[in-house]
Design a protein around this ligand. Sequence first.
Ligand code: UD1
Length: 416
Amino acid sequence: MIAVEGGHGLRGELTVQGAKNSVLPILAAAILCRDVSVIENCPRLEDVDASAAILRHLGCRVRWVGEDLEVDSSGLSRWDIPDGLMRRMRSSVIFLGAILARCGRAALSYPGGCELGPRPIDLHLTALRTLGAHIEERGGQLRCRGERLRGTEIVLSLPSVGATENAMLAACGADGVTVISNAAREPEIMDLQAFLRKMGASVRGAGTSTVIVEGGRPLHGCRHRCIGDRIAAATYLSAVAATGGEITLRGVDYRYLSTVTTALSQAGCRISSDEQHIRLRSTGRLRGVCPIRTSPHPGFPTDAQAVFMAALLRSQGTTVFVENIFQNRYRHVAELQRMGANIRLEGRVAVVCGVERLCGATVRCTDLRGGAALVLAGLQADGVTQVEEIHHIKRGYSDLTGDLARLGAKIQEIEA
Ligand code: UD1
């Protein structure tokens, strides 16, 4: 459980952790070669532990060397992932394309039920089938064969991040050229491309909606430093915006955060950024902003919706949120209401009317970012807030409590 006493301003500097959403596909990509790869700046997260458990099950050697994670995939000997490991992390499906490219076959189960609403994998499967994989779906199990994948054109019906990554990984093992159209443009896809290139793959176009992979090249291990986590950065910026104070963030590219920083400026924060840092100053008295519509990159990230909403709970005026990516991404709202937040919810729309005060309460994390939003609400509430079920937060933040404490928050983690 996290206990947080509200009402204290935050001040200081932080270096942002490595990006969860970069490191997970990169760890899957590490099995494309039979060699040692080192991921520098790898965040210590539950989801990284889950990926490491999958890699070890497959026969890889995985070990931490300081802040770096070393993966030796030379001994990979299996192509299956058991149900228990698949369910530990929703993005485990990202291993499908990589196992198929390395082994020519794969057997795994569906990544399990979902916290953000249904999370289908039809686009992943269609992409792999287009490359020539034969996939049987039976009783929640997927059996895939694809000894001879062939480069081709894959048109995604929507720019899914995971499907783009799975297609890129499988295409590295296919003969010939694959063109992925309507690809997701997230910075983490550019980071995956950077890693694959260091391994010797021919991949270009990441960051645009067309990614081109020339498959069949021999790949080798490499060292790669993954990019900073823009969602963790958005979380800390939102925290300081809400409490008032000043923060300097390092280790994250400000260009990947422009929709979030624009919204924070509109809310009344003063922000400056350059290649080295992002600095935010806030009086803690924010105003409502123009509607926030989540959309694929470079739009407002769905992953930042909950923490930005938390920042506006005591703002002057009203802000409308429209969640366009996931169907069930407002589960934190009921918990925030327990703390006195005024939020009306209708389908994909949430209307936040700022209130004068929030009151500390016992609340429960419903998902990763929603959990962080509860902590942010606690930072501004009267009295003490107890946030339960914090394993959700640990999936994606290496040390949320410690980072906020270093900024001056009265916050601690208490063993249940
Ligand atoms: C990734 C991120 C997650 C982020 C999300 C959207 C990782 C590890 N996770 O998740 O943090 O919230 O992008 O930015 O990088 N869809 C389908 N069929 C599919 C695949 C997706 O209909 O086969 C739909 C999803 O239900 C959702 C939308 O497409 O509505 C976007 O999902 P997607 O971009 O695939 O998200 P993830 O890769 O799961």
